[in-house]
Write a protein that binds this ligand. Structure first.
Ligand code: SPV
Ligand code: MG
Length: 541
């Protein structure tokens, strides 16, 4: 993308040694089409902007309505716009306000013509049209130049002497006055079918300042003639609007006659092209970043196959996940937290006393070899049960309580693998539960607000000096990464040595395979139910 301002870009075009071309546009969409075609500038045509409003080119659309339209054109594009500013919509004072408003909208330049407000298009009885007083118009140019705050903003003075039936001498006299008044370029207009007037003007005018032409009527002139005469810029002034008129008339007529779409559909832009021009893809990306994730694409897998011996007789007839906290099973609290952020698709892997795990609206996957296998075996069973249809999924445990901040935040991150690390680990000299200690690319500090942190190692043997926190038992895996995860697990578990492997081995394998694992830090927001004492605390959580 061009790093120059639109004003700088336009000035560069006007003063370039090459013959440059700008093309008409009349709204945001056509402006975008001009830019995509490769033009370096846009002509904001008075004729076509008024025509697309369905009014005449006689200042029937107010100048602020033109301005609003220009704002859409400017917002939709990165190239400069030269506005056809008619006569400046009033006197010198109106001109000054116009310039200020144009600058506010990053319009790069304006062209004003030496006629009387309200103007009439040059091709409608041009020779009957009165011209502006030369001094009054020169004052308007001066006022405009004084009003601009950006030195690169350009004012083009359009000489209508030929249009209004005057000769070369009048055209030159006016051009000279406007040049003296500070105009950055002259637009010399002609309604003849041959380029004689503009060529004679250019021969006399020489290189006093850049000269712009509009070959609408002398369209059969080879462009090389303009090039050889060293004009600065050609304006294709109305051809997109005229194209649209012809095509719209044809389509409307055909539809009216045929009352079906068959002969139309293949000859017009598909709706997808309209969406593309509107930038629909950009919004879809932004929605992923800024909107709560569509819960249809979110799922959770809860690993809950083990007994939880440490709770003693509480788990004699049910697994730990069904132990009551404040009268409700642990699993129920977990499901509530997932439901609260819109996650309905929850798979629970049960094993020990599976018949006791009976909460409704959950998908159950059984690991009947729970006593003889580890977490990864349960996880693989859950992934296999998805039959290749994956969603963005949080993997968590049946005995870890959390509040909804955890899943909400995990789903907000776009990366394939995202985990939570609790940086308030100090004092825990041993942490054998879950995956263990984590070393990350940065410790939890103010800095991590602005930079992304990734996991470097995880396990029981991380040297104390390197520990940045403990893994809390939450891993978000994108739908895409779920597929890879299943493959990795199939591979790992094919080795009998990994039969009892847990999540920490999975992390180690992912790191070995160079998967980036994003770390989000938190302090608290979770509770690992590990003892009777924890159950008491969970009541307070
Ligand atoms: C316009 O495009 O509105 C112009 C050029 O002013 S012309 O229609 O040729 O006058
Ligand atoms: Mg015009």
């Amino acid at each position: 993308m061009n790093t120059k301002t639109k004003c700088q870009q336009f000035r560069q075009l006007l003063q370039s040694q090459e013959l440059e071309f700008i093309c008409e546009a009349h709204n945001g969409l056509s402006a975008k089409i001009v830019e995509e075609a490769g033009f370096k500038g846009i002509w904001g045509s008075g004729l076509t902007i008024s025509a697309q409003f369905g009014v005449r080119d006689n200042n029937e659309a107010s100048w602020t309505q033109i301005l609003d339209n220009l704002e859409f054109m400017s917002d939709a594009t990165h190239i400069p716009i030269l506005l056809d500013g008619d006569t400046g919509y009033g006197n010198f004072n109106n001109m000054q306000r116009l310039i200020r408003k144009l600058e506010q909208r990053q319009i790069a330049a304006v062209c004003i013509e030496d006629k009387i407000f309200p103007k009439t298009n040059s091709f409608l009885k041009g020779d009957a049209q009165p011209m502006a007083d030369i001094d009054e118009f020169s004052g308007k140019i001066k006022a405009g130049k004084d009003a601009q705050t950006d030195d690169d903003f350009c004012i083009i003075a359009r000489v209508e002497a030929f249009i209004c039936g005057w000769g070369l001498a009048e055209a030159l006299r006016r051009a000279e006055a406007y040049h003296q008044a500070g105009a950055d370029g002259i637009l010399i207009h002609s309604a003849l079918a041959v380029p004689d007037e503009i060529l004679s003007f250019k021969r006399e005018w020489g290189d006093r300042c850049p000269v712009v032409i509009v070959p609408t009527k002398y369209y059969s002139t080879p462009t090389d003639v303009f090039r050889q005469s060293e004009f600065a810029m050609v304006i294709w002034a109305n051809h997109l609007l005229r194209t649209a008129v012809t095509t719209m008339q044809k389509t409307a007529k055909t539809l009216k006659e045929q009352e079906h779409l068959l002969s139309i559909e293949d000859r017009i832009a598909p709706v997808s092209e309209v969406f593309r021009l509107q930038g629909a893809a950009e919004l879809q990306e932004a929605e992923k970043r800024y909107l709560p994730q569509n819960s249809e694409n979110m799922a959770a897998i809860i690993l809950a196959a083990s007994r939880g011996d440490e709770l003693g007789e509480l788990t004699e007839d049910k697994p730990k996940t069904m132990v009551h906290i404040q009268g409700t099973p642990l699993l129920s609290h977990i499901v509530d937290a997932y439901n609260a952020v819109g996650i309905k698709n929850i798979t629970v892997v049960r094993g020990y006393k599976k018949e006791a795990v009976t909460l409704p609206n959950l998908t159950y996957v059984d690991n009947d070899r729970f006593a003889d296998t580890g977490e990864l075996d349960s996880l693989l069973k859950a992934l296999r049960a998805k039959n290749g249809t994956f969603q963005d999924t949080i993997i968590s445990y049946g005995d870890v309580l959390f509040n909804q901040y955890i899943p909400q935040t995990l789903f907000q991150e776009q990366e394939d693998l995202v985990m939570f690390v609790d940086s308030s680990w100090e004092g825990k000299t041993s942490y054998t539960r879950l995956g263990g200690f984590a070393e990350c690319t940065l410790p939890n500090s103010r800095k991590t607000f602005h930079s992304k942190v990734y996991l470097q190692q995880l396990g029981q043997d991380v040297p104390e000096a390197s520990i940045h926190g403990v893994w809390m038992g939450f891993l978000k895996v994108s739908s895409k990464a779920c597929e890879q995860l299943q493959e990795i697990l199939e591979h790992m578990l094919a080795d009998p040595a990994n039969r009892k492997a847990g999540m920490s081995q999975l992390f180690q394998e992912l790191l070995r395979r160079k998967f980036p694992i994003r770390v989000l830090y938190t302090v608290g927001h979770w509770l690992d139910i590990n003892s009777l004492d924890d159950i008491v605390h969970a009541g307070e959580f």
